[in-house]
Design a binder for this molecule. Structure first.
Ligand code: SAH
Length: 215
């Protein structure tokens, strides 16, 4: 793996930047300082890997902005060996951050090319996740319930099947909204199954699409 002192230095600057934007969870910052984002980038943009921006990764999709990844991960409050369902594998960068936090990661992607590419790439740099090609709206009932669920694309509303796959005492983090801007929602399910939803600011994600023919 080509990860040099220069890359590590650039990551340190990136971590300082996202800390100054309000990320305070030390485990999340530590994960961002370790995951070699330049290896997740499309070749055309690799020199920008440590800018705090989203970039195209092919198939009309993007690798999320590091601040956004850190923000969602911080909200999710991952604990060791939490079973986490991620919707939107994409480049695998967010999955790698979750692995750094010692989560057991189940990740779904609806774009076949991205699914195949990331399924072979992530384990090759040491991140072993369970990869699924399919529709995140349907989730993975055969592996439910999940301690945490993280949606990394903009859903028009909270997907009900996913909510039913969240364990009692679990948390989902999802950008919700059908326009260009979504509201980051934190959805907590208590031990009785009661759901509480709170809002955490505006973000802009690629849309969560339902069936594969609509891409
Ligand atoms: N977590 C990714 C972000 C990728 S962008 C990363 O760190 O790089 C969001 C991804 O969600 C895209 O790859 C897109 O194809 C995928 N996506 C959109 N709708 C989906 C759905 N219904 N099920 C699964 N993946 C979906």
């Amino acid at each position: 793996m080509n990860d040099t002192f220069r890359h590590k230095g650039l990551r340190k600057i990136l971590v300082d930047e996202i800390r100054s934007k309000g990320i305070s969870d030390i485990n999340v910052l530590n994960a961002i300082s370790h995951v070699p984002r330049h290896l997740f980038m499309d070749n055309a943009f690799v020199q920008f890997a440590y800018q705090d921006k989203a970039f195209p990764i092919g198939c009309d999709q993007t690798i999320s902005q590091p601040y956004t990844v850190a923000f969602q991960t911080q909200l999710l409050r991952v604990e060791n060996h939490d079973k986490v369902l991620e919707v939107g594998t994409g480049s695998g960068y967010q999955s790698a951050v979750l692995k750094h936090l010692k989560a057991d990661v189940y990740t779904i992607e609806r774009q076949k090319d991205l699914f195949q590419k990331t399924q072979s790439f992530l384990p090759s740099i040491g991140y072993k996740c369970r990869f699924f090609y399919g529709d995140g709206y349907v989730g993975l009932s055969q592996f439910a319930p999940f301690d945490k669920i993280l949606i990394t694309c903009g859903a028009p509303e909270i997907p009900s099947l996913l909510l039913s796959q969240l364990k009692h005492g679990g948390r989902m983090v999802a950008p919700i909204g059908s326009g260009k801007v979504q509201i980051m929602k934190m959805i907590d399910k208590d031990m009785n199954g009661e759901v509480t939803i709170s809002d955490h600011g505006n973000f802009s994600f690629v849309p969560m699409l339902s069936d594969k023919s609509s891409s």
